[in-house]
Design a protein around this ligand. Structure first.
Ligand SMILES: [Zn+2]
Length: 237
């Protein structure tokens, strides 16, 4: 049984909560994604830093998407991350369950990509049902139920549709490419895994997904030869 590592939402101090309430009380149209980055950067700097410090500790210096463990003193290597993008839904800018910290690569890939099953720019209530989300959510889902990490190959094996969506949204196939370059994995194996991973993203049926996942597991664990026996040649044609 994998320990439940869901995040602990940030609790604001009295002073921080006053600023958060001030933002929340703004007219809907005055709330914008660049609020704490540009227009009110100085005023909200402490709130932003408190958010980063809280989640870094709560997450044990681990990115909630790629699970890399990065311990450095400089907060700048981490991004305060809005799980529902703040440019799309600025109304959830300070919602504790919409916040975490992530590594810059995951945040860069995720950018403003849609994570809601039913996107709405005018939604008032923060979506709290795990099934409101397309991917596995750092606060609402148990990562290990959705993705298995095969560390030696730098590969993220999706176990569910939400796992596939997370790999796609955060660009987690990049680790296979990087490992190939460092010879941690035979290059040909890395390339095949990337190609199979791409096919997995396009798979139309659950059966196709299961078949591709089996092939990927076989390639990663036993090499290309045994995978060929499982029908790899036909698949790559
Ligand atoms: Zn990451």
């Amino acid at each position: 049984m994998v320990a439940n590592l869901k995040l602990v939402p940030v609790v604001y101090t009295v002073e921080q909560q006053i600023l958060v309430d001030k933002f929340n009380a703004l007219p809907f149209k005055s709330k914008t994604g660049d609020f704490w980055k540009n227009t009110h950067k100085g005023e909200y700097a402490d709130v932003k830093e408190a958010i980063k410090e809280h989640y870094l500790k709560s997450q044990n210096y681990t990115c909630p998407y790629c699970k890399q463990y990065i311990v450095v003193g400089h907060l700048g290597v981490w991004d305060a991350e809005h799980i529902i993008a703040k440019d799309e839904n600025p109304q959830f800018m300070f919602e504790p369950k919409n916040l975490c910290v992530s590594c810059k690569d995951c945040n860069g890939s995720k950018s403003n990509k849609e994570v809601l099953v039913k996107p709405s720019r005018t939604r008032r209530k923060f979506p709290e049902d795990p099934d409101d989300y397309k991917f596995c959510h750092p606060h609402f889902h148990d990562y290990a139920e959705h993705i298995r990490i095969i560390e030696v190959a730098g590969f993220y094996m999706p176990l569910t549709e939400k796992g596939i969506a997370l790999i796609e949204i955060c660009g987690l196939l990049r680790f296979v490419l990087k490992c190939g370059g460092y010879n941690m994995v035979d290059n040909s194996v890395g390339n095949v895994v990337v190609q199979l991973g791409n096919k997995l993203m396009e798979a139309q049926t659950p059966a196709e997904q299961v078949y591709l996942m089996t092939l990927i597991g076989s390639v990663v664990e036993k090499g290309l030869e045994s995978a060929a026996l499982a029908g790899l040649d036909a698949m790559m044609a």
